[in-house]
Design a protein around this ligand. Structure first.
Ligand code: F6R
Length: 608
């Protein structure tokens, strides 16, 4: 997730780009840059860090250009430094490109361009676009961007300027957002509306595989064959604050609803044409992958719940024994580690001190360390032997939501990759799992359609003080996560527990008024799970069940049900947790709480 802004018109563009980028900083903030057409050339100014750093770099610059593009980055390829900041240029420096998305075939394109003599400056996938356009210097810019869109695979929103067409920005869109702001004698291009809302309330919506030529006097939209397409236009009624939240009342709800896209991005490019998992960036040789004899997965909080799920997946698919550890406990218990141990650290921020300290300790014993994180070049990724990135984009709400579901997906990918490397699963089994994984974004989308139903359901429990969240097997971590969400944003006491363990003590707490939320999605122990829920029901608790669609047997046990689409047992946590996020969200809202900034919590915890 990155932010793009572009402007053509009579105004000096520099300050306009900076204010647009500030409005898009929620989309990414590891580096930023602008490309401004000045006379017969293009000035590109880029800087690692937040927009303020770029603004300081631009202070005192004398240019008065009125056409330009800007970009705020959330790294997916290459470290978040100045060299990798956008816009990127070609060898001749006549082209500048800002990009949001992932070009899946970039390494093939790059190899081909290097072969034909192009020299690359950055480690990004984006730079290939600038060099491809350079090779088409005799075509109109719009045509060359169209040709790039035909060759590039994956998700891309582009904004491109070329020095010989100074009053033109060409945009293109596939998979990543891009909207056009329609002004009077001026026009805008942006990843999101807030970037231009100060200047115009009229916008054009771009569909996928559209090219847009943006000039001061007007905008032309075409398809990949060059046929003109009339875009839908609309008036924006949001104020700036709601526009920044995409029309949602809070970042948390926006991020819950971003999960289908975040999961899609995390899966993108990670399956090969044989239907197996391909983790090119993992950079671990097969010999190492085959040498492991045990695995530790270490994390905190919500990330620890992803670790819990990973234990089920890795053990079942690779037959390697897995231990999971809360990071703040790990190094104080003298764990047994050696050079045949694989350690996986999960941290959305990549900066959690407890996790860093734990994995450093483990790494120092000669283990192999893989990081699973959402932040490129975070401390965790820098210290690891290999990194698998979740691609959730920045998460602003303190409560982890889209970073959690993308961690689940990343760990499932990693487990399948290990299984293939070690030969512990037949290809056909992996291919089935891959097919099921590719359905997850749409299934999560479907789960989200129940938001209103969950709001209505949860309102009746606004004053209840005791909740239990129960699950068995791979649904147990989901229950733990549901309880954590409710505690942290609604300030309600909630216990996550393995359903089968309730009879060994906690069942003494069950009485009328207690709400018991059971996760009873597809599982080889679903029958046992339903029996456990019957035990809760017999003690007069209110029973809420998350079930697979069409499960009449489960429905009979519950006072309220929430259905999610069917998924194989080890993938079902991805959809099953979504209703629990919504339950916590709506209960917190009913209680009048600030869900984005819950009390006593910080987004990144850098103390022990
Ligand atoms: C809960 C939450 C925290 C984090 C924990 C670890 O919603 O966000 O429990 O999961 O602080 O953070 P990371 O993943 O950044 O290491």
């Amino acid at each position: 997730m990155c932010g793009i802004v572009g402007y053509v018109g009579p105004r000096p563009v520099q300050s306009l780009l900076i204010s647009g980028l500030r409005r898009l900083e929620y989309r990414g903030y590891d580096s930023a840059g602008v490309a401004i057409v000045e006379g017969s050339g293009i000035d590109v100014i880029r800087k690692a860090g937040r927009i303020a750093e770029l603004e300081a770099e631009l202070a005192g610059r004398s240019g008065q250009g009125t056409t330009g593009i800007g970009h705020t980055r959330w790294a997916t390829h290459g470290a978040p430094n100045t060299i990798n900041a956008h816009p990127h240029r070609d060898c001749s420096q006549n082209v500048a490109v800002a990009h949001n998305g992932i070009i899946e075939n970039w390494s093939n394109l790059k190899a081909e361009l290097i072969e034909s003599g192009h020299v690359f400056q950055s480690d990004t996938d984006t730079e290939v676009v600038a060099h491809l356009i350079e090779d088409m210097a005799d075509l109109p810019l719009e045509e060359s961007v169209r040709a790039v869109m035909r060759r590039a695979e994956g998700a891309l929103a582009l904004a491109v300027v070329r020095s010989d067409e100074p009053d033109l920005i060409v945009g293109a869109r596939r998979g990543s957002p891009l909207v056009v702001g329609l002004g009077d004698g001026e026009n805008f291009l942006a990843s999101d509306i807030p970037a231009f809302l100060e200047y115009t309330r009229r916008m054009a919506v771009l569909d996928d595989d559209r090219i847009v030529a943006v000039r001061p006097e007007g905008v032309t939209v075409t398809d990949l064959d060059g046929a003109v397409v009339e875009p839908a236009t609309r008036e924006i009624e949001w104020d700036l604050e709601s526009a920044e939240k995409g029309g949602f009342p809070d970042f948390m709800l926006k991020e819950i609803f971003e999960q289908p896209g975040a999961i899609r991005d995390t899966l993108r490019g990670r399956f090969d044409s044989d239907g197996l998992v391909r983790l090119r960036e993992l950079d671990l040789d097969l010999e190492t992958a085959r040498s492991f004899n045990k695995v530790f997965v270490i994390a905190c909080g919500t990330s620890y719940h992803a670790a819990m799920m990973a234990k089920y997946a890795i053990e079942r698919w690779t037959r390697l024994p897995v231990e999971i550890d809360i990071a703040s406990e790990f190094r104080y218990r003298d764990p047994v580690l050696d050079d045949k141990t694989l350690v996986i650290g999960i941290s959305q921020s990549g900066e959690t001190l407890d996790t860093l300290a734990a994995v450093r300790y483990a790494h120092a014993q000669g283990t192999t360390l893989i990081a699973v994180t959402n932040v490129v070049d975070s401390a965790l990724s820098r210290e690891s032997d290999a990194v698998l990135y979740t691609r959730a984009g920045p998460e602003i709400g303190v409560a982890a939501t889209k970073t959690f579901t993308t961690q689940l997906v990343a760990m499932q990918l990693l487990a399948l990759w290990l299984a293939h490397a070690r030969g512990s699963l037949d290809d056909a089994v992996i291919q089935n799992a891959v097919t099921a994984m590719s359905l997850l974004p749409d299934q999560v989308e479907q789960a989200l359609t129940q938001s209103d139903q969950i709001r209505e359901m949860s309102e009746q429990w606004a004053d209840r003080r005791d909740f239990f969240f129960l699950g068995r097997s791979a649904a147990f971590p989901v229950a733990m996560e549901g309880a954590l969400k409710l505690k942290e944003i609604a300030y309600v006491r909630a216990e996550g527990y393995p359903a089968g363990e309730m009879k060994h003590g906690p069942i003494a707490l069950i009485e009328e008024g207690v709400v018991v939320v059971g996760v009873a999605t597809n599982s080889h122990v679903k029958g046992k799970m339903l029996s456990n829920m019957e035990e809760m029901r017999a003690r007069a608790a209110t029973i809420v069940l998350v079930l697979t669609e069409g499960d009449a047997e489960g429905e009979a046990v519950a006072d309220e049900v929430i259905f999610v689409p069917w998924a194989p047992e080890l993938l079902s946590p991805v959809t099953a947790v979504v209703p629990l996020q919504l339950l916590a969200y709506w209960l917190a809202k009913k209680r009048g709480l600030d869900v984005d900034k819950p009390r006593n919590l910080a987004k990144t915890v850098t103390v022990e």
